[in-house]
Design a protein around this ligand. Structure first.
Ligand code: G6P
Length: 372
């Protein structure tokens, strides 16, 4: 009903606007006053977590992209190798998993059959299984050794938004906790990241407050036949998620690419007028990543692409090559997906709405897929 949608046109729009709270609630009670993480709820022996020598994230759809973000963060903070695998592929390829493997299942519903089967397979191989799940009492956490709940609240729209941000948040908490437990290599960076994480709900709110331009552009672009998304580092899974949202909601052919891959193929797709979103890493972050992505924007613009750029406040280097710049507040490199994905969610939702489509119930999709 209209009241349940809180004045928004769809549950999805409401859920996009619930994201500051979803992230805040997922952080709540998991840090003590001194800023240390407290995850006693995991109830896994600390010696087991200290002995872990590999992490495998298994998930489907949007949850798998949260897993991609987790890989960048956990490998950097903990120096533990992290693989991310679609749950349905994992199980059938005879994966190398043993007592020292931590298998992390990410799922909003906790009922996705493919993901559940991956958890069962991992348990049979002796791995420790940990569920990052939104739905209390669902099957995946019941069958896992441990659970870290995301506190996004019920998600009604088929396309996942607030659950995605909560999954990424929970994955950060897990990574930072493992770093803390295992004697982390970058104590200052970990402390600074925790402080940054506490500021994310407010920053997500700022992105929402500035979203009118995204909506305008989405309405103009309602009859685009195809949209491309480019990102690098943690911007890559954001690009994949932006494309998935557009496929799911607006039935537009959309692809996400790693920006570095552009010259190895996708650049052939660029023709005059082709819209391309580019998720730009912070100019304050790693080495030369920022300038490489700016060069990519230049390259596609020179071939006539219409460039829709998601960039940090104060990043002026993108301006000469951008047809549109959607701004997000500054944050540390690894946390940026919590901000940069939001304009892409709004874009897909608004564009689908402009096409007169059912944003909450896209054709052919189910909220939770309980068959293999
Ligand atoms: C379905 C939904 C997707 C979701 C995926 C995983 O395909 O349509 O939006 O990302 O399942 O769902 P889960 O509940 O496991 O996160």
């Amino acid at each position: 009903t209209a009241a349940e949608k809180g004045g928004f046109r769809s549950f999805m729009e409401k859920e996009i606007h619930d994201q500051p709270k979803a992230v805040a609630d997922t952080l709540l009670g998991r840090m003590d006053v001194s800023g240390r993480l407290v995850l006693d709820e995991l109830r896994i022996d600390e010696s087991v977590l200290r002995a872990v020598d590999k992490i495998v994230v298994v998930a489907c759809g949007t949850a798998a992209y949260a897993g991609h973000v987790a890989k960048y963060a956990i490998e950097h903070w903990c120096r533990i190798p992290v693989e991310v695998e679609l749950a349905h592929e994992f199980r059938y390829r005879d994966p190398v998993v043993n007592e020292r493997t931590l298998v992390v299942a990410v799922s909003q519903s906790g009922e996705t059959m493919d993901t559940l089967m991956a958890v069962r397979h991992a348990s049979e191989q002796g791995a420790t299984t940990l569920a990052i799940v939104n739905t209390h009492g669902s099957t995946i956490p019941r069958e896992s050794d441990a659970v870290l709940y995301t506190h996004a609240g019920p998600e009604i729209a088929v396309a996942s938004t607030k659950a995605f941000l909560s999954q990424i948040t929970a994955a950060y908490l897990l990574g930072l906790y493992l770093a803390q437990l295992r004697g982390n290599k970058f104590p200052d960076e970990i402390a600074a990241t925790l402080a940054d994480l506490r500021e994310m709900p407010g920053k997500i709110q700022q992105v929402l407050d500035r979203a009118e331009r995204v909506r305008e552009v989405a309405r103009w672009m309602a009859d685009s036949p195809a949209v491309l998304f480019l990102g690098r580092h943690v911007g890559f899974p954001v690009a994949l998620e932006g494309a998935l949202k557009l496929k799911e909601l607006a039935y537009i052919h959309a692809e996400g690419f790693a920006a570095g891959e552009l010259k190895h193929g996708p650049i052939a797709l660029i023709e005059p007028g082709q819209p391309v979103f580019v998720i730009v890493p912070s100019p304050r972050g790693r080495d030369s990543l920022h300038s490489k992505v700016v060069s990519n924007i230049q390259e596609i613009r020179a071939r006539g692409a219409r460039t829709l750029v998601v960039a940090e406040d104060g990043d002026e280097a993108v301006v000469p090559y951008a047809d549109e710049v959607f701004r997000v507040p500054q944050t540390s490199t690894l946390l940026a997906p919590l901000l940069t994905v939001v304009p892409l969610q709004i874009f897909a939702s608004e564009l689908a709405n402009a096409k007169g489509l059912d944003v909450d119930q896209p054709r052919n999709l189910a909220k939770s897929v309980t068959v293999e």
